[in-house]
Design a binder for this molecule. Sequence first.
Ligand code: PLP
Length: 384
Amino acid sequence: MLNTERELLMIPGPTIVSPRVLRALSKPILSHVSGEFVDGYAEALALQKQLFMTEGTPFMLSGSGTLGMEATIANLMEKGDRVLCVENGFFGEKWEEVVETHGGVVDRLRFEWGDPVDLKVLEEKLGTNEHKLFTVEHVDTSTGIANPVDKIGKLAKNTDALYVVDSVCGIGGMPLKMDQWNIDLCLTGSQKALGAPPGISLFCLNQKAWGAVEKRKTTPTDYYVNLKKWKPIMDNPRGYFATPAVGNVLGMLEALKMIFEEGLEARWVRHNKFSEAFQAGVKGLGWSSFPAKGYEAHTLAVPKVAEGVDDARMRNIMFQKYGVVIAGGLGKLGGKTVRIGHMGADTINDLVATLASMEMSLTEMGHISDPGKAVGAMMKVFAK
Ligand SMILES: Cc1ncc(COP(=O)(O)O)c(C=O)c1O
């Protein structure tokens, strides 16, 4: 590949970061107790609450999405507690390991990868009232499915169990209304639909979740993610518990400002359109989508690789010749699907170029004889 330093990063996270966020990241490092940084951290936390649509407590720590999962389990659960893991993909299943690492008892509610959560079955499970908390993926990035977290929230209202939503690949690109949907703890990471680099873990706890932290009988065995240690810092970032990632926090602040300049709802509409256009493009290619129809996430596309296509070779041509990076299938979907992120700071041009490079690569491989159909279908959606 020509070394243009302009490769198009279209994997489902980390995603492209806007030049404005990059400029914020390139500034000289500030002291973590300087007025400029402390004010910036406080502003970022206030915007985080708006983003999650909650009156709860925001936490913004150095780490990735997995840190948020760990903090959730380490603080809400105590050894021996039962946790219901609602799973229909790789990331739903990842919770099991986190729970077991912390001495919890996993009760798994598994659906086929790509199938939506069956609300009736979930309601019955929650009716047993034996779970301290239950975990749900907003978007499972392995399959491209978006679960109905709003409807699940209605079930959560009638249970004592804490409702935990992993929105690492949702929030900022799809509607997520934490308080309105009765979500007790919601988490995300900086590197997906928020349009910031990896390195920041963001999550919020409502009063019910914070009450559970306060009422614990045992101290969390993890020192760094003990939220009681962090709460005073989140209330007033002038204090110290551990050094914050000064540059990343300010990059996150810039990305959050950009989200609200665009408008949260406008951003949801843009991502919806991205998804509609990509789905049309996939159809134009003669391929089909992996997640159940009507449940496709708006932040990424997960098409099934057509019969006889070597997706690794296709992705290699896309990268070497066109400088476009997409991801292969995750876990058991390796070789069966590809994953293309379309979120955050991505633009229409990025999506058109990505699909065009896919079509051209498939033409070179002899799978397509008449390129342009997929891009044409996508263009029709965008030009509407
Ligand atoms: C839905 C979901 N949850 C959790 C994670 C884990 O986040 P991280 O890789 O930032 O630790 C990811 C990562 O891609 C994800 O997509």
